[in-house]
Design a protein around this ligand. Structure first.
Ligand code: ZN
Length: 447
């Protein structure tokens, strides 16, 4: 009896959730959809807010994981951010569709989605600018002005609102200095908008590895840097290609999206042409204080910017076609977090070493281990010399060959520097001896 009842209820529920709707979602609809997905998939989802917009709307994130709310060591964190420009609305709807899709396919036992959700912690922020969205949506798709609703309620373009770390990295590349995790200015919180502040705090509190920021107004996958190293040449629209030390990897990430997308890879879109449907941000047009460059320069996260539609506010009838054109790409991009190397950084007693620095020779951009001592280093197939360093420990260097498939597991067991344990048995890093030693083994840690 109870078995039959549960089958009946399950069927009824399925009937209720099965019809997929394609429509624009106001803030209330967005919140309802996130909670609906959570109610349908309570064991693999969590809804949380990272802060509020100027007008007090929550910036909600939907998390997918086999253990929501928990970071499991060696399980990478990825994120999608949509609707940063309030009038660029396709990303917002695609991320809501993606959320429903992941939940439904997980429940249907889709092996690929099961594998993805069980091995990855996915965070989805469908709207970073809910205030701007409402302004744009009030105008509607057809009469919406090109820029109406782009900015937040204080009139600030959120993708020009992040601390500019490019200036420092370009200096460091030339004259030496840290090549990753560049510090924020002391007063950064008072210099940015509430939405930007919420996102910065968010990306500092999780060890994100991979990310995409969904925009509209073109169809192309744009990878860092966005800010040009050289000033714009008068009379030329395009500025100088400004690669990161991970340029080849970023090109591949961008191509994975463009080739899995229905038409992005064809290159001709919206009256513009981008070979393979990808572009270096600066070579398209230079942009300062953007979110993409900030992710790369301040955190371990590799972010690209996806321009997904010629129309910033497509008509409702277009949404289904857009979803079908983007669905595979959205999934494949998430799967890209599983490549390169990852592992634990531990001391001799198997204690986790957070904030250990992982350097790959030939790539002037280090990453660090997270709170649990685990690290993730996205890499293309090849053979690499990889070094782990931590203050007070001897560095350890290994040679690793990375294949095209799953990431290679490479753990580091760091030994305390001799000068740290003898002749004094004091707490490390207290005496002058330790300072000399840590300087010798880890030049980059010396600030
Ligand atoms: Zn945009």
């Amino acid at each position: 009896m109870s078995g039959l009842l549960s089958v009946f209820l399950h069927l009824l529920l399925y009937q209720l959730v099965a019809p997929v709707t394609f429509r624009h979602s106001h803030y209330d609809d967005l919140v309802r959809t996130l909670y609906k997905v959570h109610n349908e998939c309570p064991y693999i989802t969590r809804v949380y807010s990272i802060g509020r917009s100027v007008k007090g709307r929550h910036l909600y994130v939907l998390e997918f994981s086999d253990n929501p709310g928990i970071h499991e060591p060696l399980e990478p964190e990825v994120k999608y951010v949509g609707n940063m420009h309030g009038n660029e609305v396709l990303g917002r709807e695609l991320l809501l569709q993606l959320s429903e899709f992941l939940c439904e396919e997980f429940r249907n036992g889709n092996q690929r989605i099961l594998r993805l959700v069980e091995g990855t912690r996915i965070h989805i922020l469908p709207s970073m600018n809910p205030d701007g969205y409402e302004v744009a949506a009030a105008q509607g798709p057809d009469i919406s002005g090109y820029l109406v609703g782009r900015n937040n309620a204080n009139g600030v373009d959120l993708n020009r609102d992040f601390p500019d770390l490019n200036t420092y990295i370009y200096y460091n590349e030339k004259y030496g200095g840290p090549n990753h995790h560049l510090p924020l200015p002391d007063n950064w919180k008072s210099q940015v908008e509430p939405e930007t502040r919420a996102v910065i705090q968010w990306i500092r509190s999780f060890n994100f590895v991979l990310s995409a920021n969904l925009h509209g107004g073109a169809v192309v996958a744009n990878y860092p840097y966005d800010k040009s190293l050289e000033h714009r040449v008068r009379g030329f629209r395009r500025t100088a290609y400004t690669p990161t030390p991970d340029d080849k990897l970023f090109q591949k990430l961008a191509k994975v999206y463009s080739y899995a997308h229905g038409w992005m890879h064809q290159g001709w879109n919206c009256g513009d042409y981008f070979p393979d449907g990808i572009t270096n941000g600066a070579s398209w047009y230079s942009l300062s204080k953007g979110m993409q460059d900030f992710n790369y320069l301040h955190t371990n996260c590799f972010e690209i910017t996806l321009e997904l539609s010629c129309d910033k506010f497509p008509r409702q009838e277009e949404l289904q076609r857009e979803w079908l054109g983007n669905r595979e790409a959205l999934i494949q991009f998430l799967e890209q977090v599983h490549q390169g190397i990852k592992g634990m950084v531990l001391d001799e007693n198997n204690n986790n070493l957070p904030k250990a620095v992982i350097s790959v020779s030939g790539i002037n951009h280090d990453v660090t281990s997270g709170h649990h001592g685990d690290y993730f280093r996205l890499l293309l197939p090849g053979t690499y010399t990889v070094t782990a360093t931590a203050p007070g420990f001897d560095p350890e260097t290994v040679s690793v060959t990375v294949g095209p498939g799953e990431p290679k597991l490479v753990d580091f067991h760091l030994k305390r520097s001799i000068s740290q344990i003898t002749p004094t048995k004091r707490v490390p890093s207290a005496g002058p001896g330790s300072r000399v030693s840590s300087k010798k083994v880890q030049p980059r840690a010396a600030k």
